[in-house]
Design a protein around this ligand. Structure first.
Ligand SMILES: [Zn+2]
Length: 289
């Protein structure tokens, strides 16, 4: 039997935290883990428009760690350019990604229309990266994967999703070759903290010969203990409302927004902020990280 060939290529989330895309060629299979959109500064967002480095039709399987845009937002663009393989993720990620991608297409279509009216786009006419029809063509390609079960991708390639505790449905994904214990790769995806107000905490995946770990907040200590009751935020809201003001909070990401709304609701319930305060969601745009 010929020696297995494994190649890992970084197509995003390198020198930036967005645009996660990892190409893994294993024997005859060409997998991609995550299909994230580049977000943030214009120089990165422009990369969403670059020609894809490989023909998307040659990718056999797409494995998605979680629903944040910087891990899933590029899926409809891949499908638009020929990807027609399977998309594997947990059922929760599938449901959440459908919401995120529909929202993303809608925002892009609106943005392109506004740019056409305002005449401020470099494209003429301004175009969305993809539209609602591309999203609807992507959704039937999704296949549910349960946590902690081996997924046989064919060609001796296997994968296993482990709970990552980051957002609903989020997973770390380990991929390995059944015939060769030397070839295994663990993609951490984004990792949750030890405590999450709603989610079960992350579990430890089996080790691998290569491990890719997210490090977005790797240079920061998260607050612990007393700061968890968010008294700084409660005090700020009380002071602002006392002087007749409004508090606008740019909560931009799936999971972060839900936690914030939950915390505000609990503060109201406990009488820590005035009961008359109304929570409005002004605009969305379901970002990530
Ligand atoms: Zn994330």
């Amino acid at each position: 039997m010929s020696k297995p060939v494994a190649t890992l290529t970084f197509l995003g989330a390198a020198r930036t935290v967005t645009g996660s895309k990892f190409l893994l060629d294993l024997n005859e299979r060409r997998l991609m883990v995550d299909a994230g959109m580049f977000q943030g500064a214009r120089e990165w967002r422009r990369r969403n428009w670059d020609d894809f480095p490989v023909d998307p039709a040659t990718i056999t399987d797409l494995l998605i760690t979680h629903a944040h845009m910087d891990h899933s937002g590029y899926i409809p663009a891949l499908v638009k350019h020929g990807f027609h393989g399977r998309i594997h993720c947990t059922p929760q990620t599938r449901e959440l990604t459908a919401i995120v991608l529909r929202d993303s297409a809608n925002l892009q279509v609106n943005e392109a229309r506004d740019a056409a009216r305002g005449g401020y786009s470099k494209h003429n006419p301004p175009l969305p990266l993809y539209d609602e029809a591309d999203v609807e063509r992507s959704l039937p390609l999704f296949h549910d994967v349960a946590f902690d079960r081996d997924l046989d991708l064919g060609g001796g390639v296997h994968a296993r999703f482990t709970r990552a505790g980051h957002i609903l449905g989020s997973a770390s994904i380990r991929v390995w070759l059944a015939d060769d214990p030397q070839i295994s790769v663990l993609f951490s995806g984004d990792l949750g903290r030890d405590q999450h107000p709603v989610l079960r905490r992350r579990e430890e995946p089996e080790g691998a010969t290569s491990v890719l770990i997210e490090s977005t907040y790797g240079n920061r200590e998260h607050p612990t203990g007393d700061e968890e009751d968010h008294e700084a935020l409660a005090g700020l809201i009380r002071r602002t409302i006392a002087r007749g003001g409004s508090v606008l909070i740019p909560a931009f990401a799936v999971d972060r927004t839900e936690i914030l709304i939950k915390v505000l609701g609990e503060m109201q319930h406990a009488g820590r902020i005035p009961p008359g305060a109304h929570l409005h969601q002004l605009a969305d745009g379901l970002g990530g990280t």
